[in-house]
Design a protein around this ligand. Sequence first.
Ligand code: NAP
Length: 646
Amino acid sequence: MTTIAKSIKPLQTITEDDAFLESVLKEANIPALMAALVHITGRADIIRQGIKPNADLFGDPQGGITAEDQAVVRANALTVLKNFRDSQGKLPPVPDEKIIKELLDFVLGAEVPDDYLEFLSSELSLHGEDAYAQPAIRDVPNELKSSAEVVVIGSGMSGILAGIKLQEAGIPFTILEKNADVGGTWLENTYPGCRVDSANHTYSYSFAPKDWPQHYSPQKVLLGYFDQIATDYKIRDYIRFNTTVQSAEFDEVSGTWTVTATSVDGITETFVAQSVITAVGQLNRPKYPDIKGIGSFDGPAFHSGRWEDSHALDGKRIGVIGTGASAFQFIPEIARRAQDIVVFQRTPPWIAPREEYHDDIPEGKHWLLNKVPFYEKWFRFLTFWRASEGLLDSVRKDEDWKNELSVGEKNDQLREMLTAYIESMVGDDPDLFDKAVPAYPPAGKRMLVDNGTWLTALKRPNVHVITDPIVEINQQGLKTQSGDQYDIDILIYGTGFQADQFLAPMKIKGKDGLELQEHWQGDPRAYLGMTIPGFPNLFCMYGPNTNIVVNGSIIFFSECEMRYILGCFALMMKEGKSTMECRQDVHDAYNELIDEGNLNMAWGAPNVRSWYKNKHGRVTQNWPFTMREFWQRTRFPNPDDYIISG
Ligand code: NAP
């Protein structure tokens, strides 16, 4: 087995003069810098001298360290970096576990619970280890691995990851991809303003850090990242592009899956494999609203996920349906060019202010990330933590909480804070303020990140927010309930995706001819989001209940899933078996737990309508617990959870 995944980026040598060092230190994140200084000097007393960040996750990234104290840390850092440069960069060994625990407590501003230590230390990966490697697959003899062919469906973020990990493990695989290139959602969503809303230092593979140009990269940069990774790890050689999977059928006699796919030329081919990994994403099949007259509009009409560049938008009257994450990003962009934008809003989004949302990462920060030993590790780790467990408390239900606008005391504090932000932006326009403040708990739906662009766009004289419900789409435009007609030239649907129909439109047949969509009946469930009773050796990535609202990056989930799937392969191989099927009772008990968990979260509140819920109101999308819990549960499969045979 070759080890491909590496989590240490080679550091560049420090050659710059003192004045330069002094200037870049102004850009430093002080908690990450202090942790780095401990690594560079081997002196833990640096964090024992009273200067200490607090645990305020929403507020100051400097952890409330005063300007005066920051200056003290910078002066100390200057001396340390000068010595490090002049001594040609010799580093002491990585501190022992006790000091790492002290460092974790320090940067997080609170004592890290014991059960978190392993998870966080692994995520930090201070020795350069692959944090999400599956050790069990390493011990399996190559001849066993080489006969366990896998078909992966999709080459977006999860499919590329699956390819990298299978290649590393020495397991043969083919990736079938309907598109002409890799990238999945980042290839398909090309609307103006499209960018990631999770910070890029965590929205990236743990083993492939990048010197990101921005904190939150635009679509082209992300596509470039996945494209580059697929090339660097030689994953393209395994991908059959322009090949759409129609069906997959399990044969109980041979214990294999037959996957049928059609190429763009209409040629149908079958692929036989021991296991199938679906990595098809959720956000790529447009959902159109159920509105009378849809299709009757005379002008161009298209969906945000199928953006049509061919239409000149300048000087046009444009109607947009929806104010979700996609419309939120493209409306401000097109508002600069259109004559008028009529925004049909059913529900406003909650917005988390993020000043740096569109900003380039300044040169000094790049320098620190690239040249100060361990600074990037701690910076990434802090970014990871700020977007993870700490936020969960503020979106969890308090027993007996009666307010419909929030689910608990902390959630209500968050609501007040976010409302104050909206007021600071549009408080001078009471009509717009009323329209912009959501009447559901924060994090009931995906919370959107912004630097003021959205509300500034809504204030433009050529942007009109209509909350009167649409009753009809007609040749000229749209009609609303009060009888108003809005004539437009172009209609754009920002109405989201058919995310609730996991794995559709593929026909997937498991044991006894059981068809997955018929089996699910619009209520998709899986064990750990990955395995389904009746469907042996079928593994879903980004499957039911693995989505997140406030905590973490979806890449974290995919990395945990791939580690688990390799664990499943190792388990079968070590036991000399070829199939494993999740036990029904294990699956059911797990789903009860998930449902209970989701009912305790803001997105499970009964007055929230979102794509996270199915038509019965059950949350089929979200993971309701901590990231640590998913990490822990997916370390290695419990053999008792499965029927292992073949
Ligand atoms: P979405 O969040 O599902 O938003 C769809 C919008 O259309 C909602 O505002 C919805 O209103 C509205 N809508 C649907 N039917 C309507 C009707 N009949 N009349 C009026 N309005 C209607 O879809 P999306 O914006 O494409 O985002 C989907 C997901 O993709 C996000 O949650 C996020 O996970 C992901 N995404 C991420 C990014 C990013 O990382 N930056 C960007 C885009 C998307 P209601 O809210 O009332 O249903």
